[in-house]
Ligand binder design. Structure first.
Ligand SMILES: [Cu+2]
Length: 69
């Protein structure tokens, strides 16, 4: 199985609850195998089985109530 890893930046996260909301929504995207969020920088690293559409990540982040930078 090949894997892809991409890092995105999410604006508006301020606490652990924000981190878990974003993690939950992004992890729910089909094909995503891992999500790591760095709260101080807003960096969200997404591992997936195949390269992800940025739009899918953006939609999940929007669903969580935040915005992709
Ligand atoms: Cu929060």
């Amino acid at each position: 199985m090949s894997t892809a890893t991409e890092t995105y930046t999410v604006a508006g996260m301020t606490c652990g609850h924000c981190v878990s909301s974003v993690t939950e929504e992004v992890a729910a995207i089909p094909g995503v195998t891992g999500v790591e969020v760095d709260l101080p920088t807003g960096a969200v690293t997404v591992s997936s089985e195949a390269p992800m559409d940025r739009e899918k990540i953006a939609a999940a982040v929007t669903e969580a109530g935040y915005a992709l930078v």
